[in-house]
Write a protein that binds this ligand. Structure first.
Ligand code: GDP
Ligand code: MG
Length: 755
């Protein structure tokens, strides 16, 4: 026998990926919420020869509605694994067995891993595993994927089942009447279908599963007959087939559960008690904001700043002087590099390129690594302990009011790390309209790469306003991002292409648990690594490009200026070559673009081209905004990468704190970086929708920023101009779009076919 392939299947969040990592020794992302695994992953089993394990996306049923269902179902049917290891969450047997009954119908050797057994034991409930095994007819092994207990045994049982090739198809699930219709339908299933799959196909035909209907390509006589059989059953039971089948499955499961599961009583678990408070209708959002504020306060304002200052002063600045002892001082990077290059007799242009271009730009970003590390650590913690997903639950109540489900919030949560997986997480949304809407708006929530931008601009604002606190700005940008998503959703949901009812939001809230240190550190490192890798690749190149563009240009010829017989300014010949930044190619481009940003406050003659160039470079990666500013700030070489010094230097580019804020706001809401844009194109799969998304993001960002800037100028600085008029017009337009009556109220389109 060659390789044995075992597929891990089960509901979302039942521990499949944890089990997979355990079995294969890999480090796939384990998230304490559903919808994390959207693609299947394969891995060789550790310590056992020739066994391949596949981690499938979590699903609640084998219907073909969501892309996870399609991925998992296709794998199980077409790729034909040798055995299924079905993970059942022991704390939620009833819901999990619904999928199990369907998996067993696939006629494959199946073993059940009764996972989360540790949680079950703690809760005081109990399961009679032997009885359950007898009822379902397949081997059941109690496991805790997290603690590693029973995992080896479960895999061994699955391997044994695969080798024996024996399957058990339960026949007690449906009532006698329904069974009769299933047999009738089996006669129609083409003979090309493997005999063990006949029953499954028959049930699917009965349910009018569109994918199966298309796949089997029945003759028109046969499909008419199939339809006839479904209709007959519906008539006999006075219900639609899907409900009939679903109900019978649940009745069967309830019977089993009543015989095999013993609840310890109605005692509330600790998780329930915590949830009573954190998902409370009124307290949920204030608690979320308070927690996020705390996270940002620690990461950006207090602990993070201390670490960042230490790193900047030492690593990139003058070096550390441990204990204040002269001889123990270690010089910082740029000082030493510059010295080394000078000593080696390097050319001045090269020194400038390396010190100001590369170290200045990349260093400006890397200087934020300590802050990022603290932030990612805290975010990983509140994610892994199970809190984050509660927010989706809390947001569901709000989103539902205007036709979106809390499911649309999951991509936003994932997107707060990086927009690319955030956009991909939208695959869990069944409804095409809502999925599209979510793809458009996911990147409005500040991702990790945007945090250095926020921190830098916070420094700029701090240089202009005394008593400014950076932690609150980060939280504010978060709130603005989510607010923009909500606004866009309300507005778009009232238009025909996006209209539709909110999908039901079924999601189990996982138990709270103290996360494992290893998992938290792994998540933190994963995110941090992405950040550092980008600094070494995309940002490195971007800095070189920006340095070149800002150092070279066409100089206008100048005459020698002589005062009192002394040459004050030398004559310049003109033509292409090294020039002052103001005459550089980048300045030429920036000076054209900056006019667009005038109404937003950062397109003025002073600093405008730099802001425009930085915004433009943000498309390569959002951190590039910081690195570009680092290059262009061109502060004295001693402190070239100290972010506070960079912030001081660039604060001159913005006339007011408000202009700096507008710059930040626009750059957070406009189109994301190229990587995220490519992902958007990939997920939208339509050129029309892709360009609509790009246009929508930028126009929306522009309009919102214009309103904030112009009204801010009016109320804070008493400035009134043509821009103010436009701000009021746009504001009125947005208010109208938000509050107008829903023209499609009560009318629902078939969102699956809308395009
Ligand atoms: P998947 O969606 O099925 O792939 O589930 P994951 O493997 O991502 O796990 C979901 C969550 O459950 C994570 O927080 C895991 O740490 C946790 N988890 C998985 N298995 C167990 C278990 O046996 N016991 C406990 N207490 N937690 C578990
Ligand atoms: Mg998973």
């Amino acid at each position: 026998m060659s390789e044995i392939r075992i597929a891990l299947a089960g509901n979302p969040n039942c521990g499949k990926t944890t089990m997979f990592n355990n079995l294969t020794g890999s480090n796939q992302y384990v998230g304490n919420w559903p919808g994390v695994t959207v693609e299947k992953k394969e891995g060789k089993m550790k310590g056992v020869k020739d066994v391949v394990v596949t981690d499938l996306p979590g699903i609640y049923s084998l219907s073909p509605y969501t892309s996870e269902e399609v991925v998992s179902r296709d794998y199980l049917i077409k790729d034909n694994p040798d055995a299924i290891l079905d993970l059942v969450d022991a704390t939620n047997i009833e819901r999990n067995l619904y999928l199990t009954t369907q998996l067993l119908e696939l006629g494959k050797p199946t073993v059940i891993a009764l996972n989360m057994i540790d949680v079950l034991k703690k809760s005081g409930d109990s399961v009679d595993t032997e009885k359950l095994q007898a009822e379902l007819g397949c081997t059941i092994i109690e496991t805790s994927a997290l603690k590693g207990t029973g995992v080896k045994e479960a895999a061994a049982a699955a391997k044994k089942a695969a080798e024996s090739g024996k399957a058990f198809i339960p026949t007690a699930v449906f009532s006698k009447d329904v069974e009769e219709y299933i047999s009738k339908m089996e006669a129609i299933v083409p003979s090309t279908v493997k005999s063990e799959l006949k029953r499954w196909y028959a049930i699917k035909l009965l349910e009018r599963d569109s994918v199966v209907l298309a796949q089997l390509a029945l003759s028109s006589a046969d499909s008419a007959k199939a339809e006839e059989i479904s209709k007959e059953l519906e008539k006999a039971k006075d219900d639609d087939v899907e409900s009939i089948i679903t109900n019978e499955r649940y009745v069967y499961i309830q019977g089993i559960v009543s015989r095999c599961v013993r609840k310890s009583g109605q005692k509330m678990t600790r998780s329930d008690k915590i949830d009573r408070i954190v998902t409370n209708r009124w307290l949920g959002i204030p608690i979320f904001l308070a927690i996020m504020w705390g996270v940002y306060y620690i990461a950006v304002s207090s602990l993070g700043t201390v670490l960042t200052d230490w790193a900047n002063d030492g690593l990139f600045g003058d070096g550390w002087n441990f204990l204040g002892i002269e001889g123990l001082a270690i010089p910082g990077i740029s000082a030493s590099v510059e010295e080394a290059l000078t000593n080696a007799g390097a050319n001045e242009v090269l020194i400038d390129c390396i010190v100001n271009g590369v170290i200045g730009g990349v260093g400006a970003v890397l200087g934020f690594v300590p802050q990022m590390a603290v932030l990612f650590l805290l975010l990983s913690f509140i994610e892994d302990c199970g809190y984050m997903v509660r927010i989706a639950f809390v947001m569901d109540r709000i989103f539902r009011k205007f036709g979106l489900s809390g499911k649309s919030f999951i991509p936003l949560l994932v997107g707060s790390g990086c927009g690319v997986p955030g956009i991909m997480a939208s695959r869990t949304i069944e409804n095409d309209n809502d999925r599209r809407l979510t793809i458009f708006t996911t990147t409005w929530v500040p991702c990790g790469a945007k945090l250095p931008v926020i921190a830098l601009i916070s420094g700029v604002i701090g240089a202009k306003l005394t008593g400014w606190d950076g932690g609150s700005l980060t939280l504010l940008m978060y709130v603005i991002g989510i607010g923009a998503v909500v606004m866009a959703a309300i507005i778009l949901k009232k238009t025909k292409p996006f209209h539709g009812k909110a999908a039901p939001f079924v999601m189990e809230l996982p138990q709270y648990h103290l996360p494992q240190l290893k998992t938290v550190l792994m998540h933190t490192w994963e995110r941090l690594r992405g950040f550092i890798v980008k600094a070494g690749t995309i940002l490195f190149v971007a800095c070189l490009v920006i340095w070149f563009l800002s150092s070279y240009g066409f100089a206008s010829p100048k005459d020698e200026v002589v005062e009192n017989g002394e040459v004050v300014e030398e004559s310049v010949e003109g033509g292409f070559g090294l020039v002052d930044a103001d005459e550089s190619l980048l300045a030429d481009v920036g000076n054209v673009i900056r006019h667009v940003f005038k109404p937003l406050g950062f397109g003025e003659k002073v600093g405008g081209w730099q802001s425009a160039a930085a915004s433009l470079s943000g498309f390569s990666a959002k951190e590039a905004i910081v690195s570009t500013m680092g290059v262009l700030a061109n502060v004295d070489e001693e402190n070239v990468e100290d972010d506070a010094v960079v912030a001081e230097a660039i604060s001159g580019w913005f006339a007011t704190a408000l202009a700096a804020f507008a710059f930040l706001m626009f750059n957070l809401l406009d189109s994301p970086c190229l990587a995220a844009i490519a992902t958007m194109a990939n997920e939208l799969k339509s050129r029309k929708w892709f360009w609509f998304a790009i246009l929508f993001q930028n126009v929306f960002a522009y309009v919102l920023t214009l309103i904030v800037y112009q009204l801010g100028m009016l109320f804070v600085h008493g400035h009134f101009g043509i821009g103010t008029v436009f701000a009021f017009i746009f504001l009125a337009g947005i208010i109208f779009a938000l509050f107008r009556k829903d023209p499609y109220k009560g009318q629902y389109f078939d969102s699956k076919t809308a395009s």
